[in-house]
Design a protein around this ligand. Structure first.
Ligand SMILES: Nc1nc2c(c(=O)[nH]1)N[C@H]1C(S)=C(S)[C@@H](COP(=O)(O)OP(=O)(O)OC[C@H]3O[C@@H](n4cnc5c(=O)[nH]c(N)nc54)[C@H](O)[C@@H]3O)O[C@H]1N2
Ligand SMILES: Nc1nc2c(c(=O)[nH]1)N[C@H]1C(S)=C(S)[C@@H](COP(=O)(O)OP(=O)(O)OC[C@H]3O[C@@H](n4cnc5c(=O)[nH]c(N)nc54)[C@H](O)[C@@H]3O)O[C@H]1N2
Ligand SMILES: [Mo]
Length: 691
C-alpha cells in the first residue's frame, strides 16, 4: 500500500540562515509507551541544544510529556551521567567500583568467560534478560541474533509485564495484538478504559484521544487517577475483582435484552456454557463482591452495550493473581454486545505490528537457533541466578532488573555471586550495572538510526541519528557485532549492517516508502482510514470464532470458560498494594534525572484517610510498609483516590537513590498470575505501621 503523503510543513532537516545555524531534525520517541511521540531535535553547530515535541506529529502536537521533556533535555544528554567507556569491575559486586578498559579487552574478556561457561555447564547456563528500555526495532531485536546463535537461556521478557493478558486474549480471540485502531474513536459512542491509566502511562492519549472525544468515557480502576476523574463514569472495584464485575455487567446486558444475538450466534462459541454463571451474577451480588454500586454498574453496562464501543484493556489490569481469568471475563463484553469488527468498536490491549508487516523474525534471525531455546520467566530469575549449577553467566540489556524485577533482595543476593559472570549494557550506571563484571556503554536513541512501530497507534516512525554517542558508547547492534566477532562466529546474519536491515524490513513491509523518506517525514501513517479488525467476522482461534469456551485453555489446565471469581480480601490488617506507572518516571529509566527527582519528591504511599486514621498515622508521616519479602519506608499521603484496604506506591525509582537502597519491588514476592508465568505485582499484600 502506498503511504499517505499528508503534507507536513517542510521542517525536516531544514537549515535556517543566520549567524548561528540551527537545524531541526525529526526523530521519534522509542520508549515503552502507548503514545509513540514525534520529536524535533534542534542542533546548533553540530550539537543538540533542545529536544522538543514535533508540532506536526499527530500525537505529540509540539509537546513531549513532562518526564521525557525533562530527561531528554537532562540526564540523557548529560555526558557526565552517561556511560562512556567499557568498564571492568574492581571492587566487590554491587559496590559500583570499576575501571575503564578498551572495547577489545572488554569483548575478549566476555568471550573468554562465555566459552568457559559453555565448556563447564553448556550454553544454557548463560542467561539473558532484556526488555523494552528501548522499543526501536534494531536495538530491541538485533541482539537476539547473538543469543540465538549462542543458545543462551532466555528470560521471557513479557513475564515481567503483560504475558497473562497475551495468553488470555489469545484463548478468546486467537490474538492479543490486533487491537482497535485508535482513529476509529471518531465512530464510537462509548469508550471504556479498564485497568489502564493513560493520565500517567499515555499522557497524550489522556489529554487528546480521551479528552477530545464526544463519546461517553467509562474508567474502571481501583484508583481514582486523573483519567478516572475525567471519565463520565468511574467504576472503582477492589483490585482483583474485575471478573465478577464483568459478569455483573453481562447479567444486566442479558436482563435488558441488549445482547447482539446475531453476532453471538454467528461469531462466538460457548455462550450457553456461561449463561448460568451470568444468571447468578446479580447486580447486588456483584456489588458485594467488587464494591461497585449497582446503579453505576448498570449504567455503564447499558451505555457500553448500546455501542459502538471501544474497550481498552490495560496492562495494569492483568498484573493480578487471576489476571488471565480477569482478561478473559472482560473480553466477553465486546463479544456478547457485538462490539467487534465494525467502526467505532473493538478491543485494544496492544497493537502488534499487524498491517504494518514488519518482519521481526528476520531482524531477530530465528534461523540461527541451533535447537529449542531454553526459557524461564522473570518470577524465577532470582532463583535461577542464585544456583551455581544452573547459571554461570548473565547478560542484562535494555533492562534494569535490580530495580524492576520482583524479589529484589533475593535477586541482589544472587547477582552478588562471585562466580556469576555478569555483563550489563546500558546508558547509565544502574543498580544492575553495579553488579556487573563488565559494563558496556550503549548509545541512546538520539545517536543511531532505527525504526519505531508504536503499540497503540498504527504509525511507522523513524529514529534518526542526530549526534554521535558520548565517548566510546555504541548502539546495541554494533555492540553485538563486536561480541559475535570475539566469539569467532561466522554466520553472516551476525554482521549484517543496520542500514541494510532497515532497507530490507521496509521493502518487505510493502508500505511503499524507504528509510530516507521515513526519516525525512519522521512518522508516516500508512493507514489514513481507520483499520477495522475482524471485519470479516473471523477470528484466528481454532474454531474461527470468539472462544468464550476454550478447549485450548482447558487443555492448558484452565477452566473452559472464564469464572466470576474475585480474590479474597486481604485479611487481618493487610493491604493490597498497587505499584503502577508514575507520571514522572518511565519505568526505571528516569530515576537518575535530577529534575525528575525534584518533581517526584520522596517516595510515598497513598492510603485512604480512614485507613490512615485507623493505623494511627498522619498525612506526611513515615510508614513502614512490609511484605513477606522485605520492607521499605514510605511517606504517607492520605487521599480519597484509593478505597480502604488499598495502598498505592508508584514504580520506577532507582533503589540506590532511596534511603534503604530498595524500591517498591523489595515488597514484590514474584507471585505469578494464573496464566503465562506472568507478574501479579498489583496483587502484592503488605502490612503498614508507623516507621
Ligand atoms: N513494582 C512494579 N514493578 C514493575 C512494574 C510495576 O507495575 N510495578 N512494571 C513492570 C513492567 S510493566 C515493566 S515493562 C518493567 C520495566 O522494567 P525495565 O525494563 O527494567 O525498565 P526500563 O526503565 O524500561 O529500561 C531499562 C533500561 O534500559 C536502558 N536503555 C534505554 N535505551 C537503551 C538502549 O538503547 N540500549 C541499552 N542497552 N539500554 C537502553 C535504560 O537506561 C534503562 O536503564 O518493570 C516491571 N516492574
Ligand atoms: N509515565 C509512564 N508511562 C508508562 C510507563 C511508566 O513507567 N511511566 N510504563 C510503560 C509500560 S512498560 C507499561 S506496561 C504501561 C503500563 O500502563 P498501564 O496499562 O496503564 O498499567 P499500570 O500503570 O500498571 O496500571 C494501570 C492501572 O491499572 C490499575 N489496576 C491495578 N490492578 C487492577 C485491578 O485489579 N483492576 C483494575 N480495574 N485496575 C487495576 C492501577 O490502579 C492503575 O491505575 O505504561 C507504559 N507507560
Ligand atoms: Mo511494561
Amino acid at each position: 500500500m502506498r503511504a499517505n503523503s499528508t503534507p507536513r510543513s517542510a521542517r525536516g532537516r531544514a537549515r535556517y540562515p543566520g549567524p548561528i545555524v540551527t537545524e531541526q531534525i525529526r526523530t521519534s520517541c522509542p520508549r515503552d509507551c502507548y503514545d509513540g511521540c514525534g520529536i524535533v531535535v534542534e542542533r546548533t553547530a553540530g550539537r543538540v541544544t533542545r529536544v522538543l515535541g514535533d508540532p506536526d506529529h499527530p500525537v505529540s502536537r509540539g509537546k513531549l510529556c513532562q518526564k521525557c521533556a525533562l530527561a531528554y533535555n537532562g540526564v540523557w544528554r548529560d555526558p557526565e551521567a552517561r556511560l562512556q567507556r567499557p568498564l571492568r569491575r574492581r571492587g566487590a559486586k554491587g559496590s559500583g567500583s570499576f575501571e575503564p578498559i578498551s572495547w577489545d579487552d572488554a569483548v575478549a574478556e566476555i568471550a573468554a568467560n562465555l566459552e568457559r561457561a559453555i565448556q563447564s555447564h553448556g550454553p544454557q547456563s548463560i542467561f539473558h534478560a532484556h526488555y523494552t528500555g528501548t522499543c526501536s526495532l534494531l536495538a530491541g531485536e538485533f541482539p537476539m541474533r547473538f543469543f540465538h546463535r549462542l543458545g543462551a537461556t532466555h528470560v521471557e521478557p513479557d513475564t515481567i509485564c503483560n504475558n497473562a493478558g497475551h495468553a488470555a486474549l489469545g484463548y478468546v480471540f486467537g490474538t492479543s495484538t490486533d487491537g482497535f485502531d485508535p482513529k476509529t474513536i471518531a465512530d464510537s459512542r462509548c469508550v471504556m478504559v479498564w485497568g489502564a491509566n493513560p493520565s500517567a502511562s499515555a499522557t497524550h492519549a489522556h489529554s487528546q484521544w480521551l479528552r477530545e472525544t464526544s463519546a461517553l468515557v467509562i474508567a474502571v480502576d481501583p484508583v481514582r487517577h486523573a483519567s478516572a476523574e475525567w471519565a463520565d463514569i468511574h467504576l472503582q472495584p477492589f483490585p482483583g475483582s474485575d471478573a465478577a464485575l464483568a459478569f455483573g455487567m453481562l447479567h444486566v446486558i442479558r436482563r435488558e435484552g441488549l445482547i447482539d444475538e446475531a453476532f453471538v450466534s454467528a461469531h462466538t462459541l460457548g455462550w450457553e456454557e456461561i449463561e448460568p454463571l451470568v444468571e447468578a451474577s446479580t447486580p447486588q451480588r456483584t456489588e458485594e463482591l467488587t464494591g461497585v454500586p449497582v446503579a453505576a454498574m448498570e449504567e455503564a453496562a447499558r451505555r457500553y452495550a448500546a455501542g459502538p464501543s471501544l474497550l481498552w484493556l490495560g496492562q495494569g489490569l492483568q498484573r493480578q493473581p487471576r489476571g488471565g481469568n480477569v482478561m478473559r471475563a472482560c473480553a466477553l463484553l465486546p463479544a456478547i454486545t457485538g462490539n467487534l469488527g465494525k467502526p467505532g468498536a473493538g478491543v485494544c490491549y496492544l497493537n502488534g505490528d499487524g498491517p504494518r508487516n514488519i518482519d521481526f523474525d528476520y531482524v531477530g534471525a530465528e534461523q540461527l537457533k541451533r535447537g529449542p531455546i531454553p526459557a524461564i520467566g522473570h518470577m524465577d530469575l532470582a532463583d535461577a541466578l542464585a544456583d551455581p549449577e544452573r547459571s554461570r553467566a548473565f547478560f542484562c540489556w535494555n533492562m534494569n532488573v535490580a530495580a524492576s524485577a520482583p524479589r529484589q533482595r533475593e535477586l541482589r543476593n544472587a547477582l552478588s555471586r562471585e562466580d556469576l559472570f555478569a555483563v550489563v549494557i546500558d546508558l547509565f550506571q544502574t543498580d544492575t550495572a553495579d553488579f556487573a563484571d563488565i559494563v558496556l556503554p550503549a548509545a541512546s536513541f538520539l545517536e543511531f538510526d532505527d525504526i519505531v512501530t508504536p503499540y497503540f497507534h498504527l504509525y511507522v516512525s523513524a529514529q534518526v541519528k542526530v549526534e554521535d554517542p558520548p565517548g566510546e558508547a555504541l548502539p546495541n547492534p554494533e555492540i553485538f557485532r563486536r561480541l559475535s566477532r570475539a566469539m569467532g562466529y561466522r554466520e553472516p546474519e551476525l554482521y549484517e549492517d543496520d542500514r541494510a536491515i532497515l532497507d530490507v524490513v521496509l521493502a518487505r513491509s510493502g508500505l511503499g516508502f524507504d528509510f530516507d523518506e521515513l526519516a525525512e517525514r519522521g512518522t508516516i501513517d500508512p493507514f489514513p482510514e481507520p483499520v477495522i479488525r475482524f471485519a470479516d467476522g473471523r477470528f484466528p482461534t481454532p474454531s474461527g470464532r470468539v472462544e468464550i469456551a476454550s478447549a485450548s485453555a482447558e487443555a492448558d489446565g484452565h477452566p473452559r470458560v472464564p469464572q466470576p471469581d474475585v480474590d479474597p480480601r486481604p485479611a487481618d490488617g493487610q493491604f493490597r498494594l498497587l505499584s503502577p506507572a508514575s507520571v514522572w518516571l518511565m519505568n526505571d529509566s528516569y530515576g537518575n534525572d535530577a529534575n525528575v527527582l525534584s518533581k517526584l519528591g520522596p517516595a510515598c504511599v497513598y492510603l485512604n484517610p480512614e485507613d490512615v486514621k485507623a493505623l494511627a498515622l498522619a498525612d506526611g508521616q513515615m510508614a513502614r510498609v512490609s511484605s513477606q519479602t522485605g520492607e521499605i519506608e514510605l511517606r504517607v499521603r492520605a487521599s480519597e483516590i484509593v478505597a480502604r484496604g488499598v495502598a498505592l506506591a508508584h514504580k520506577g525509582r532507582w533503589p540506590k537513590g532511596e534511603p534503604g537502597a530498595s524500591n517498591v519491588n523489595v515488597l514484590n514476592a514474584g507471585e505469578r498470575s494464573d496464566m503465562g508465568e506472568s507478574s501479579s505485582v498489583h496483587g502484592t499484600l503488605v502490612r503498614i505501621a508507623t516507621a
